[in-house]
Structure formats: structure tokens, C-alpha cells
Design a protein around this ligand. Sequence first.
Ligand SMILES: NC(=O)c1ccc[n+]([C@@H]2O[C@H](COP(=O)([O-])OP(=O)(O)OC[C@H]3O[C@@H](n4cnc5c(N)ncnc54)[C@H](O)[C@@H]3O)[C@@H](O)[C@H]2O)c1
Length: 238
Amino acid sequence: MKIAIIGYGKMGKMIEQIAIKRGHSISATIDVQSGEDDWKKVGESDVAIEFSNPQSAVKNIRKCFELNTPVVVGTTGWYHEYEQIKNDCEKAEQSLLSATNFSIGVNLFFHLNKILAQAMENLPEYNVEIEETHHIAKLDAPSGTAITLAEGILAEVSRKLKWELSDKAKEDDISITAHRRDDIPGTHIIRYTSEIDDIEIQHRAHSRSGFATGAVVAAEWLFNAPKGTYTMNDLIGF
Ligand SMILES: NC(=O)c1ccc[n+]([C@@H]2O[C@H](COP(=O)([O-])OP(=O)(O)OC[C@H]3O[C@@H](n4cnc5c(N)ncnc54)[C@H](O)[C@@H]3O)[C@@H](O)[C@H]2O)c1
């Protein structure tokens, strides 16, 4: 496939290496300095992979729709606009696959989180909280992955009404503590605590390569899928 990379930072560069190893070619590389000629190449690509920043993602996704190029989006921090983008994608008969986390292990962790939350619905003696740690350059807090985990719990545990960052969280909120430290690629902990004991599940990424590989696999999948909006659930099928 001819892959366009939108956002040539830490993730974009790793995606480039992995895509080439998997036999693809890089047809365009878009970053802040790119102009219309570069974007034209996105229109000539089989698929685009977008890892930029929360302020740019929505504009870049819309450009891909205009150019008729299926787009895989890894950027986080724009999901308050997700419903609008999903509608626009469907109206324009375009293809979008977005995920707050492309790692296969994290998607398995999302699944475990749901199963544990289902069991916890009938155990009100347990409180639940989330803790995440990322590198200091991460712009959004809490992480998109932590929000997805919180949403998974909220769908199952009726005593929790919404999530909040830990400094604002009340009893019926899921408290999320976000640490920014060193070059940590991403650690997430779900912790249930009671007077008797604690239960914790943890996912710890060792590097960014799991996210980058998942994004390229998602691009291969989206290229062969009918037009529509998708998430990693559609690909992994838990
Ligand atoms: N979904 C996942 O699995 C996953 C994994 C890791 C990171 N992320 C997210 O991906 C995004 C990028 O992460 P990163 O670590 O590569 O960040 P980064 O800061 O290293 O790279 C971002 C790049 O985007 C560029 N950029 C800024 N504005 C742009 C624009 N308008 N158009 C195109 N490019 C633009 C920047 O110049 C930079 O090169 C972040 O939102 C991060 O949270 C998601």
C-alpha cells in the first residue's frame, strides 16, 4: 500500500519504519510546514495514518475526507468532536478508523477492564480509581486510553456517574490520576479498593512500537474494509 503519514513526530517516524518493514511505501509525509503539493500526495495514497496533536487532528481528518483517502487516527484529545466527525464521515461516504490506543495488549486490557467492571457492579464495597503515567511531552491529560478505560467502567458500574481528574473527583466520580514523568510510553492501572483488600490490573507499554505496529495493521485492515467509521474493536473483535 501507499501510506501517507500525517504528523511526523515520535509516532509518525516509528510508523514509517514499521510500514516499510511490512512491505508498504511512504507516499507522503505531512507536518506543520507541509503545503498543498504535499497534501495532493495524500490524495494519491491508499490510506493515511494521522498522529499529530489534539488541535490539528480534526482538520487533518476532514482534509482526508475531502481527498477521498481512508484515514487511521491515533491522535488523542479531540474525542469531544467524535460524534460530529463520525456523522461527517458517514455523510461523505468516507473511511475512518480511530483508537485512543492501537496496542493489541491495551485492547485486551480494555476487554479485561469491562469484565472486571461487570463483576464489580454487585460489589459496592469496592471503590474504583484509575492511574496513568506518560512522558512529559504528552499534551493531553488524562490520556485518551484512561478515558476509554473510564468509559468502559461507567458502562458497567452504576454507582459511578462520570470520570474526573483526581483533584476534582467526588465519591460518585471515577478519579483519574495523571502523572507526567521521564520518557514513559504509557502505563495504566485500574485499582479497586475495599476495607478488606485491593484488586489491581495494570498495562505497561515497554516502547511505542506496539502502538505503531497496531496503527499499520489497522491501516491494512481499513484499506480492505467497506466505507464507514471503525475502532480497534472492529478489527480485534473481542
Ligand atoms: N492511539 C495510540 O495508540 C497513540 C499512541 C501514542 C501516541 N498517541 C497520540 O498521538 C499523537 C502524537 O504523538 P507523538 O508522540 O508522535 O507526538 P509528537 O509531538 O512527537 O509528534 C506530533 C507531530 O505532529 C506534528 N504536527 C503538529 N501540527 C500538525 C499539523 N497541523 N499537521 C500535521 N502534523 C502536525 C508536530 O510537528 C509533530 O512532528 C498524540 O496525540 C499522542 O497522544 C496515540
